[in-house]
Design a binder for this molecule. Structure first.
Ligand code: AP5
Length: 213
């Protein structure tokens, strides 16, 4: 099963993608996590990506497309994968479609997790992230067992640099301008499904499972 998660920053794509990956035993591929791991490890890609991410802007397509096309060609993706944060522009969607066409394959579902902007800013200021294992928490709705410490790996939790309110607003503007057009792109491809992302997380997941079967 090949799935794309669509939705605004903070809509809950990552939260749902991790659960989908677990239930259907497919890899979770998050371009945001890949860039953050590169930033943490001080790679050239990380240095370039950070310049854009800290401003709430998208990392250029030429740094992003090859990375994903290469990742989905790896052995563990043979039975499918869930893409979280990619594609984010029409050229990225076209690069993905072309890469799959060459393999005689296509995406099965694009799931749009729909959350209005006003809910997003609240969510982001409460999010705490583990930069070591990628787990995410929320100070109110999903607190870790021990404040500031990741339940999964024991590392320190942080407020992501790009979760500061002024950067969140910029990310939302960029989302509406560059990423929202993908909703029509995947509607036309006949694979778009929408879920109400304002519900509790378990209910959002139950809706997704109903779609995926
Ligand atoms: P990325 O890491 O992909 O960030 P994003 O899309 O902005 O999404 P987020 O990770 O912020 O949110 P999410 O939707 O996964 O929500 P989450 O589940 O964490 O990208 C970061 C940056 O990298 C981009 O800005 C860009 O610069 C760059 N980048 C990445 N991919 C790129 C690409 N393809 N092209 C170019 N640049 C790229 O949930 C958010 C919070 O809400 C959490 O605290 C969570 O616990 C909580 N929550 C989740 N669901 C619920 C619920 N139902 N109810 C209440 N709280 C909830």
């Amino acid at each position: 099963m090949k799935i794309i998660m669509l939705g605004a920053p903070g809509a809950g794509k990552g939260t749902q993608a991790k659960q989908i990956a677990g239930k259907y035993s497919i890899p979770h591929i998050s371009t945001g996590d890949i860039f953050r791991a590169n930033i943490k490890n001080g790679t050239e890609l990380g240095k370039k990506a950070k310049e854009y991410m800290d401003q709430g802007l998208l990392v250029p397509d030429e740094l992003t497309c090859d990375l994903v096309v290469d990742r989905i060609g790896q052995d563990d993706c043979k039975n499918g994968f869930v893409l979280d944060g990619f594609p984010r522009t029409i050229p990225q969607a076209e690069a993905l479609t072309d890469a799959l066409n060459k393999l005689g394959e296509k995406m099965d579902y694009a799931i749009d997790v729909d959350v209005p902007d006003e809910n997003i800013v609240k969510r982001m200021s409460g999010r705490r992230a583990c930069l070591d294992c990628g787990a995410t928490y929320h100070v109110v709705s999903i607190p870790p067992k021990k404040e500031g410490i990741c339940d999964a790996c024991g590392s320190k939790l942080v407020l992501r640099d790009d979760d500061k309110p002024e950067t969140v607003q910029k990310r939302l503007d960029v989302y509406h301008e560059q990423t929202q057009p993908l909703i029509d792109y995947y509607k036309e491809a006949g694979i778009l499904k929408s879920v109400d992302g304002t519900q509790p997380m378990e209910d959002v997941f139950a809706e997704i499972v109903k779609i995926l079967g």
